[in-house]
Design a binder for this molecule. Structure first.
Ligand SMILES: [Zn+2]
Length: 91
């Protein structure tokens, strides 16, 4: 990790801590695709289990489960919130 990356991470953590909950939710919402066509899980537990299974099978970046307000179910996906916040923090 070079100095630039550490600065970026520190900035991100500061930004994240300073973000009000509604903005975090909005960022998460805008970075996630609509749930159409996505696998829907009825419970967080089921979604988490699927996350673990996929992580074991494919490795790489761990997916995360999130509650969907559109269908009131749970989906799993990659979080883009980090890159969104870092990009916006540079503007
Ligand atoms: Zn949904």
């Amino acid at each position: 990790m070079n100095a630039g990356e550490i600065v970026e991470l520190t900035q991100y953590l500061k930004l994240k801590a300073a973000l009000p909950e509604w903005l975090t939710e909005r960022l998460n919402a805008s970075s996630k695709p609509a749930c159409e066509g996505k696998r829907r899980y009825g419970h967080q537990e089921t979604a988490e289990r699927a996350v673990s299974a996929m992580f074991k099978k494919y490795g790489g970046n761990r997916m995360e489960s999130y509650h969907c307000k559109t269908c009131d179910g749970w989906h799993i996906g990659h979080s883009n919130a980090v890159s969104v916040i870092i990009t916006r923090g540079k503007e």
